[in-house]
Design a protein around this ligand. Structure first.
Ligand SMILES: Nc1ncnc2c1ncn2[C@@H]1O[C@H](COP(=O)(O)OP(=O)(O)OP(=O)(O)O)[C@@H](O)[C@H]1O
Length: 296
C-alpha cells in the first residue's frame, strides 16, 4: 500500500507538486499519468525519500520510506534505468544489491532469468547495455528483494513492443498476486493497457483520479465489423445512435448493448471497445498546455 497525503514541493517560487493526495492499494496497478514536467518524477522521488517534501507526507506499507529497515524487501524502485554503475556487469550490479539487502545470491540468477537477461548479457558491463536492457536490469534490481510494492518511473522507455508487452504481463501478474504497483507515464495508451486505476497530474496538481474504466467511459463505444453496412443496420434496429469516426462507428451506448445488438443480427465484430471520452480530451489539453509552456 502506498499513501500520499497532501504532498507539495516548491523549488523557489515554482510549485513542482501542489497538494497531491492518492492511495495505491494491494492487488492493483495505478497509472500515474501526466505530460512532461507535470510533477510525476518529483512525486515519486518524495515517496522514495529522495526529495524532501515542502509539506505533506507519503508512506509505504504504513511508514515513511526512510523509516523502512530494509527498504528493498518492502518496495522495489526503478526511477532511472541509466543510474547504474556503468563499469559493473549486470550480474555484479545485482550481486552488490543482493549483498546489501542480505539476500541469498541465488536470487540474482532467478531475477536475471525473470527479466530475460541471459548469461551473455549478465556478463556484459552496463555501459554496453541498450536502454531496453538497462530497464530490464533496473526491473530485476527492483524485484530482487521480493517486495510487495513496486514504483516505476516511465519503465517502458527504451523497450521494444515485445518488451513492453512482456513488462505489462509481469506487472499484471505482480498485482494479481497481491502486489501494489505505481507506474508513471506521459502516454495514456501505455498505462491504459495495464492500469486498474489512474491518477492524472498536470502542472503539479491532480486533475483526475479513479477507476480506469470509469474515467475512460462516458465517451460511448467504438465498434467495427467486417460488414460495416450490416453493423449499421443492426445498431439502428437496436435503437442505437451512431456516428462515423476514423476509428470505426461511435455508438452512444455501453459496450454490452452494442455487442448485443450486433449479436442479435448475427453480425461478426472485429472490434468493440469503450471510446476514451473525457479523460482523453483532458489529457490532450494538458499535454498541449505543457508543450506551450515549454516553448515559452
Ligand atoms: N531539482 C529541481 N530544481 C528545480 N526545479 C525542478 C527540480 N526538479 C524538478 N523541477 C521542476 O519541477 C517540475 C516537475 O518536474 P518533474 O520532473 O517532477 O516532472 P515529470 O512529470 O516527471 O516530467 P518528466 O517526465 O519530464 O520528468 C518541472 O517544472 C521541473 O522543471
Amino acid at each position: 500500500m502506498i499513501s500520499v497525503e497532501n504532498l507539495s514541493k516548491r523549488y523557489g517560487r515554482h510549485p513542482a507538486v501542489d497538494d497531491v493526495s492518492f492511495r495505491c492499494e494491494p492487488g492493483t496497478v495505478t497509472g500515474f499519468l501526466g505530460p512532461n514536467g507535470a510533477g510525476k518524477s518529483t512525486t515519486l522521488r518524495m515517496i522514495c525519500g529522495l526529495t524532501p517534501p515542502t509539506t505533506g507526507r507519503a508512506t509505504v506499507s504504513g511508514r515513511p520510506y526512510r523509516d523502512l529497515e530494509n527498504p528493498g524487501r518492502e518496495i522495489g524502485v526503478l526511477l532511472d534505468a541509466s543510474a547504474q554503475h556503468a563499469g559493473r556487469t549486470g550480474r555484479e550490479a545485482l550481486g552488490v544489491a543482493a549483498y546489501t539487502m542480505g539476500l541469498d545470491r541465488r536470487a540474482v540468477a532467478a531475477k536475471l532469468e525473470l527479466v530475460g537477461l541471459d548469461g551473455a548479457a549478465a556478463r556484459r558491463r552496463v555501459r554496453a547495455y541498450s536502454l531496453g536492457m538497462r530497464q530490464r536490469l533496473g526491473l530485476a534490481l527492483a524485484l530482487l528483494g521480493d517486495p510487495r510494492v513496486l514504483i516505476l518511473d516511465e519503465p517502458a522507455n527504451g523497450l521494444d513492443p515485445e518488451g513492453i508487452f512482456w513488462m505489462r504481463g509481469l506487472l499484471r501478474d505482480f498485482a494479481d498476486r497481491g502486489g501494489t504497483v505505481l507506474l508513471s507515464s506521459h502516454l495514456l495508451r501505455e498505462v491504459e493497457a495495464v492500469a486498474d486505476r489512474l491518477v492524472v497530474i498536470g502542472g503539479g496538481r491532480i486533475v483526475a483520479q479513479g477507476d480506469k474504466t470509469e474515467l475512460l467511459s462516458g465517451g460511448g463505444t467504438l465498434v467495427r465489423a467486417r460488414d460495416g453496412e450490416a453493423l449499421r443496420r443492426s445498431l439502428a434496429a437496436g435503437g442505437l445512435t451512431v456516428r462515423e469516426t476514423d476509428d470505426g462507428l461511435l455508438v452512444h451506448a455501453e459496450t454490452e448493448a452494442v455487442g448485443q445488438a450486433a449479436a442479435d443480427a448475427g453480425v461478426v465484430l472485429t472490434e468493440l471497445r469503450p471510446a476514451a471520452g473525457g479523460l482523453e480530451q483532458l489529457f490532450l489539453t494538458l499535454t498541449a498546455e505543457s508543450t506551450k509552456e515549454a516553448g515559452k
